[in-house]
Design a protein around this ligand. Structure first.
Ligand code: GAL
Length: 373
């Protein structure tokens, strides 16, 4: 009996790690060692025929960073090879990225001009909860690293967003003028830049984030700012290591997190979540004809069962399938804060209906779905 039980367990673990050419959203995704991929809140980079997946290494008991950013590689998006730690947290307690800091949503882009790989992430300084709201920047000559940490800071100190009016810039209203957050007057003040002004000299808050490289090679950092109430989109310098100073506010007061941006037929799409921490909520969809906006909000792109909760997940990235026309994969995280390492990946194909993305659940799917349109 005991041996039968052991045989079943072995068979079961074999089935769990056996990887065929398909995606199983919400199931364990084993790497080449048979270990569930540990790259949460991540993003992909396609470089020289290979996809690289970067994400947060998480432990079993804490969501804080004790390892850093991990990377994996794949030629087909189904089979992933562990490539090690791309950016390590540091043992020096003085370092911004000391062990135990919060390091989230890493994204890597490649700079054609400098030949360097540039990694951006959301950083919270150790022991300060989510107060610091900084962006971190690291760089490497090699795609899988090791990445060298350069700096962490709040973007665009002393610079106004280009879509903030003169009246909004000069407004003297302060957060302390309001007895209660959340009432109508406060909401209007937020829309009018209450927190943009508060953070003007020290730099804008930067939490959940992504990077996007446009067809012309210009890159953008999109981040939840202003107490997570408003998204900002900032243009990066030619070497991608700093900002040009040109930035906009998007959906002021809309409470958007987890931005994932992509482009199709000249239209920019952005899928985001609301702000409910690790708990899933309803996804949001925005489109724009210029990256600078205006960004138009559309209804929830998810349909079918559990559409209201984004299939129990939160967006992190959208990856075009290279070599296939109009093929995009929506990537999201199903968080398990009680056991962060076990969080699952929800990858779903994006279907377009009347030019807008639609997301529906599949227990199992593969890339041939894109040929069926
Ligand atoms: C989520 C965010 C995650 C993480 C979490 C912490 O809203 O998207 O990246 O910061 O909150 O509660």
């Amino acid at each position: 009996m005991k041996y039968l039980f052991l045989a079943i367990m072995t068979l079961q673990s074999f089935i769990m790690v056996a990887q065929d050419n398909a995606f199983y959203p919400g199931k364990i995704v084993p790497d080449d060692r048979g270990i569930h991929i540990n790259a949460h809140g991540g993003g992909l980079l396609y470089h020289d025929g290979t996809y690289y997946w970067f994400g947060e290494h998480k432990g079993a008991h804490s969501s804080a960073a004790f390892v850093g950013v991990t990377s994996y590689s794949s030629s087909d998006l189904y089979h992933w090879k562990y490539e090690g730690v791309a950016l390590s947290v540091e043992s020096d307690p003085q370092s911004d990225i000391t062990q135990g800091c919060i390091l989230e949503r890493p994204k890597v882009i490649y700079n054609e001009k400098t030949g360097k790989f540039v990694l951006y992430f959301h950083l919270e300084l150790k022991g300060q909860g989510y107060k610091a709201a900084r962006v971190g920047v690291a760089v490497s000559d090699k795609v899988t690293g090791p990445y060298t940490f350069l700096k962490s800071y709040r973007p665009n100190a002393g610079i106004w967003p280009i879509n903030m009016t003169k009246g909004q810039r000069l407004d003297k209203t302060k957060a302390s003028d309001f007895e209660h957050r959340g009432n109508k007057d406060w909401r209007k003040a937020v829309v009018d830049g209450l927190f943009t002004r508060r953070d003007f000299s020290g730099g804008q808050m930067s939490r959940d984030m992504t990077l996007f490289v446009d067809d012309d090679g210009k890159a953008y950092h999109i981040y939840s700012s202003e107490d997570n109430l408003t998204l900002q989109l900032a243009e990066l310098s030619d070497d991608y290591l700093s900002y040009t100073g040109k930035y906009v506010r998007i959906a002021p007061g809309g409470r958007n997190e987890a931005p994932a941006l992509f482009k199709r037929k000249g239209t920019y799409f952005m899928i985001t979540s609301g702000c409910t921490g690790w708990k899933p909520n309803t996804a949001r969809l925005f489109t724009a004809h210029s990256i600078w906006g205006p960004w138009t909000k559309h209804p929830n792109p998810c349909v079918g069962i559990d559409a209201r909760l984004t299939f129990h997940s939160q967006s992190t990235f959208v990856q075009p399938v290279i070599g296939k026309k109009d093929a995009f994969i929506f990537m999201a995280d199903r968080w398990t804060p009680e056991n962060p390492i076990d969080a699952r990946y929800i990858w779903l194909p994006i279907r377009f209906e009347n030019g807008l993305p639609i997301l529906e659940w599949f227990d199992k799917w593969d890339l041939s779905i894109f040929e069926k349109d």
